[in-house]
Write a protein that binds this ligand. Sequence first.
Ligand code: HSE
Length: 430
Amino acid sequence: MKKEIGIGLLGFGTVGSGVASVLQQHQEDLTYKLGVPVKIRRVLVRNLHKERNTDLPQELFTDSLDDLLNDESIDIMVEVFGGMEEARVAIEQALQAGKGVVTANKDVMAVHGRDLLVLADRNGCDLFYEASVGGGIPLIRTLEDGLASDRITSLLGIINGTTNFILTKMKHEKKTYAEALEEATALGFAEADPTADVGGIDAARKMAILASLSFSEEVQLDDVYVRGMEAIEDGDLELAEQFGYTVKMAGSAKKDEQGVEVAVEPVFFPNAHPLASVNNEFNAVYVRGAAVGETMFYGPGAGSLPTATSVTSDIVAACRNLLLGVNGKRVHSYQYERKTKTDEQKSARYFHRIAVRDEIGVLARLSAIYSKNGASLATVIQHPNPAREDADLIFITHTISRKQHLDVLEELTTAPEVNGVLSHYRIEGD
Ligand code: HSE
């Protein structure tokens, strides 16, 4: 029986320092739950001379990964320095050295997750990654264990704290995009390179992880259709409000007999939809199961301590397995062949905002493009645009295929009376 469990911490940034503080502040409770204390043995950092606000003794810090790999008192490596190749190699080496790994790294898990999980199994180690998705929300464990009895059919949610924070501040406090992004960065929500957040890639990685796990089918990052916040045009948030909607960066994944579709994009939610009132850095995900129906998970999606809580819970899970001698005993192969839907097989309602010349007959001519493509319209409204000489035409469709949506937009783009397709959104939850 082990007397103590040793942790090697790889990284001491926003999440790493949070993990150190959760382990320290909850030491007594963790020791009670596990029966043995959990201690940080070494901390890997890039710059040994950087000033750090921590109670951890300076001699624990090193800039050599080998110091951690060769330290036999380290049982579990906690990778929280982020990024891709360096982190992937460190995880691989840790597993090859027979150490369990806990990671918050969605970049690595979205692309190399399956290979690393198989490697972990082969080495009799655990590889846990709860903090890679949804910050402090225990989503991965819920999908793996809590809903293990069900067959998941769809996921819909807000899974990037930074973009949700920005949209909330823009809508409710009338902040500019730049001001809100700066604030999200200062609060430690954004990635080291925030273009991953605002461009939707961070959420796409999370969706690839969640969808693969939920559907037991390989969902590659390239399978995720991604549109970032740059698709949101000036005036769209206000326009959405006038029509009773709220714009959110949302992730969605659906599976039916035709295949899987996964997307990350700005979406219109009716104001009464629960996801419309998920604000700031909070995340929320609806998980629909064939038997359970709809469940919703909500909590802080980014930030030091919430993310550190998920990491530390993974440490607890790995410690329990270690004490029971059952590490690396999970099934990591996929049950189903990868099968993605075509654009003809995907369907949704859409909101199109088109800048047009304000002339007689324009509305009728453009509406004809929809009927020609078999796209049924629910609402057509002309909206004067005082900032420009022209007008905005708003088309809201009934449910149409994504192919019809794209074909209509293409035709509209080249129509002589159209000055530009300003923006377009999928409508969810009507
Ligand atoms: N940058 C991420 C977000 C951090 O804003 O959601 C949590 O994964």
